[in-house]
Design a protein around this ligand. Structure first.
Ligand code: KG4
Ligand code: ZN
Length: 360
């Protein structure tokens, strides 16, 4: 349960900072749940022409953006720095130079203002993101009431960087049940979009094209479905997609045939959705839980949202608002509130952990 401060005490307000990849983000969250501001400066236009995130460009952009983004987060929350009770930051996983920009800034800010410094795990924060919102959380619970956002639940974190399936017994009590053995699902979306000549990042583009396509036209594999367990693999699916693009005459020929392109996107999307739903179902069944949280950038996917609504009877599915699906700092500040309540603050020796696994 979120740490509440009642009576005469003021609510805990945390400034969260996120810079693990290509978004510079800052947010203010009260009591681990109520989002007072959520500011994201996306670097997508900077990286688009390279077809992927360029680490040096990303860290430089974080250094440029971090101060104005934090200032905006404070002003949109209607607060000055003296209204903040702690500074939280993503320690990992992510790109080392990018994480460093956020962690060093957070350390300097916390030390200059005499505030506690809290480190958060990026993927654990995604799993937590269903619990935050402005009025309601993703479970539909009113955030003004003290009892909302109660685990346990099964959660998927699906994005360009991660594909994790976990049992969440509490914000800080997470059991990893399955992970991708190769590409993350969002990475597979981005790679096949590139193969089809759709630009970067192409997840949302594939999703939009898939809406008008026939998902049964191309028989693409459902990797790891026949195998026991809860791990994922998406690189074989990407290779199968590449083979179809070649058979169809390459990206130029394909882009001239809108119907075939839509069918191929729909077939790819159907394979991803089938795998994600089947693994989530398996985890729900073996745990006996009936609540599922789907988080991360790929949780914006329209086809997945439709399938979750229709193919999981008896399961309460929580999907964050899109602004809390893609990388953001509100989820960092929200999770950090629980670290703070558990006495888990960091000192000036805090370092980054680019390869930080959940539970290590
Ligand atoms: O969570 P996020 O902002 O960053 C990471 O932590 O990676 O997720 C970005 C990823 C990208 O791979 C993007 O293509 C994918 O989420 N994405 C989508 C959709 N919207 C974003 N993938 C499929 N369908 C979408 N509608
Ligand atoms: Zn992320």
């Amino acid at each position: 349960m979120p740490p509440h401060l009642h009576g005469e005490e003021k609510p805990a307000r945390i400034l969260g900072i996120e810079s693990s990849c290509d978004e510079t983000a800052a947010a203010v969250v009260e009591d681990g749940r109520r989002v007072l501001s959520n500011v994201v400066s996306s670097q997508v236009p900077l990286h688009a022409r390279y077809g992927g995130v360029v680490p040096e460009i990303a860290s430089r952009a974080h250094l440029e953006q971090i101060v104005p983004v934090c200032e905006r987060a404070l002003s949109e929350a209607g607060l000055a720095l003296d209204g903040i009770d702690a500074v939280a930051v993503t320690r990992g996983p992510g790109l080392a130079g990018c994480l460093l920009a956020g962690v060093e800034f957070a350390k300097a800010l916390a030390s200059a203002r005499g505030l506690p410094l809290v480190a958060a795990h990026h993927v654990a924060a995604h799993l937590y993101s269903v619990n935050i919102g402005r009025i309601r959380n993703a479970w539909g619970e009113d955030l003004r009431l003290p009892e909302s956002g109660t685990p346990p639940y099964i959660a998927l974190a699906i994005s360009g960087g991660h594909t994790s399936l976990a049992g969440v017994r509490g914000p800080l009590d997470i059991e990893v049940l399955g992970e991708t053995l190769d590409d993350a699902v969002g990475e597979a979306y981005d790679k096949v979009a590139k193969l089809a000549g759709l630009g970067y990042p192409g997840g949302a583009r594939i999703d939009a094209l898939a809406a008008d396509g026939d998902p049964a036209r191309f028989a693409l594999p459902r990797p790891m479905l026949a195998r026991e367990g809860l791990d994922f693999s998406f690189s074989g699916l990407k290779t199968a997609f590449a083979r179809e693009v070649q058979k169809l005459g390459g990206p130029e020929t394909l882009s001239a045939d809108g119907g075939t392109l839509a069918d191929l996107c729909a077939s790819f999307q159907a394979a991803c959705v089938d795998v994600l739903i089947a693994k989530a179902e398996r985890a729900l069944r073996s745990s006996g839980l009936v609540r599922l949280a789907v988080t991360g950038g790929v949780a914006c996917n329209r086809g997945l949202r439709e399938a979750l609504a229709h193919r999981m009877p008896g399961v309460t599915v929580a999907l964050p608002e899109p602004e809390y699906c893609t990388d953001n700092a509100a989820m960092i500040a929200g999770l950090a509130c629980h670290h703070l309540a558990a006495g888990q603050a960091s000192g000036p020796e805090l370092n980054v952990k680019p390869g930080w696994g959940m539970g290590s």
